[in-house]
Design a protein around this ligand. Structure first.
Ligand SMILES: *Cc1c(COP(=O)(O)O)cnc(C)c1O
Length: 394
């Protein structure tokens, strides 16, 4: 049963009621379809190509429900699902790559995006050029070539948190007919309207905040009408599809995402503000924090912030750093983020190949924190004890 008259409602409301047309028998939630084959009543119907579902690779009511909800979230014309955020990124990169072509990628990009570009794309004859995430429109215009097919953004960068001037940069690409894709996993499709800011494609590592519970992997590609044929063709050609269980978990997470994000933001602001005052901390890279790098641009373009940021410590001996991280009780050491629990990891921007267009200006260790839904005072106490251990081991 389609939801009636939700078009005029606010986004919070629309997201709660989205995708009801994929449910049955009055159940609030869609069924989880475990499927491959979909039977047709007769050969003529099978061959007509007119059935809503033909084979589970091309969608089930469960996956269509998630796609519909993501379109509602991002104001998108369409959405396709991929088994991970990285698979979604690869799909988008391949969709807009041509042999002999040139693509522009932000130097702050998620590491595996760079690996895809310098690995598989290079083998296919595509030249990836990395640019300073804070590039001006005029300088970006200077990098555009007749062969340029794609401008790839990530804002803010998920380790170093440079906020890009998305409206200005997409305008440069638009003028030249170059497609724009953005990995904007950090604002989760909620705090930044990337399609409204001129991007043709928005990628979410939905593994993070949409799933929100560190239990499923999911990538989403939301797109405008203009990008539909390129994305849909690449997605179909690659055979990308996801399990009903994972689509279900993602949709379930999405219903409460706004509430969780608000708490992540509140906690992260409290912890980041505390860290900013610590003598051990050189800089806090959290665009929502007044005085942090790119705070003004963040304020102009974003309506809020998620719970992920980095801190640069003043240089410390390696063993003192490990004393800090390894004794933390509440911050787990592990990849990913967006779940309900706090995490910490080191990112080394000086590692060979980590950045190629820009040089990271600080020498101290860079730690990325994901602030979970714990009581922020407990998180602060945990970090405070860590600084105590660090001092003792220095
Ligand atoms: C985690 C992440 C991805 C990849 O998502 P997976 O589901 O882990 O493959 C892509 N981009 C960013 C910014 C991420 O943080």
């Amino acid at each position: 049963m389609p939801s009636k008259g939700t078009r005029s409602k606010r986004r919070t409301t629309r997201l709660i009621h989205a995708a009801r047309q994929y449910t049955d028998y009055g159940f609030v939630n869609p069924a989880v379809y475990h499927a491959s084959t979909v039977l047709a009543p007769d050969l003529a119907t099978y061959e007509s190509g007119k059935r809503p579902y033909t084979y589970a690779v091309y969608g089930t009511p469960t996956t269509r429900a998630l796609e519909a909800a993501m379109c509602e979230l991002q104001g998108a014309h369409g959405c396709r699902l991929a088994p991970s955020g990285l698979a979604a990124i690869s799909c988008v990169l391949l969709a807009f790559s041509r042999s002999g072509g040139h693509i522009l990628i932000s130097d702050s990009v998620y590491g595996p995006t760079r690996r895809m570009a310098t690995g598989m794309l290079a083998r296919l004859g595509v030249e990836a050029e990395f640019y300073d995430p804070r590039i001006t429109a005029a300088d970006l215009a200077g990098l555009m070539r007749p062969q340029t097919t794609l401008l790839f953004l990530e804002s803010p960068g998920s380790n170093t948190f440079e906020v890009q001037d998305v409206p200005a940069l997409t305008a440069v690409a638009k003028e030249r007919g170059v497609a724009c894709a953005i990995d904007d996993t950090w604002p989760a499709g909620w705090f930044f309207d990337s399609l409204g800011a001129g991007c043709d494609v928005s990628i979410q590592a939905a593994t993070k905040y949409q799933v929100g519970h560190s239990d499923a992997l999911m990538g989403t590609v939301c797109y405008t009408r203009d990008a539909a044929s390129a994305i849909e063709a690449a997605h179909t050609e690659l055979g990308l599809c996801v399990s009903g269980d994972d689509a279900y978990l993602t949709l379930r997470g999405l219903r409460t995402m706004e509430v969780r994000l608000e708490r992540h933001q509140k906690n992260a602001l409290k912890v980041a503000s505390w860290l900013k005052e610590r003598p051990e901390v050189e800089e806090v890279f959290y665009p929502a924090l007044p005085g942090a790098p790119d705070h003004e641009l963040w304020k102009r373009d974003f309506t809020g912030a998620s719970g992920l940021f980095s801190i640069a410590l003043k240089p410390v001996p390696e063993k003192a750093l490990h004393a800090f991280t390894d004794g933390l009780e509440l911050f787990g050491i592990g990849a990913s983020w967006g779940g309900y629990e706090s995490l910490i990891l080191r990112f080394d921007p000086h590692r060979a190949g980590a950045r190629t267009a820009t040089r990271w200006p600080l020498d101290g260790p860079l730690l990325r924190l994901h602030i979970g839904l714990e009581d922020p005072d407990d998180l602060i106490a945990d970090l405070d004890a860590g600084f105590g251990r660090m001092k003792e081991a220095s």
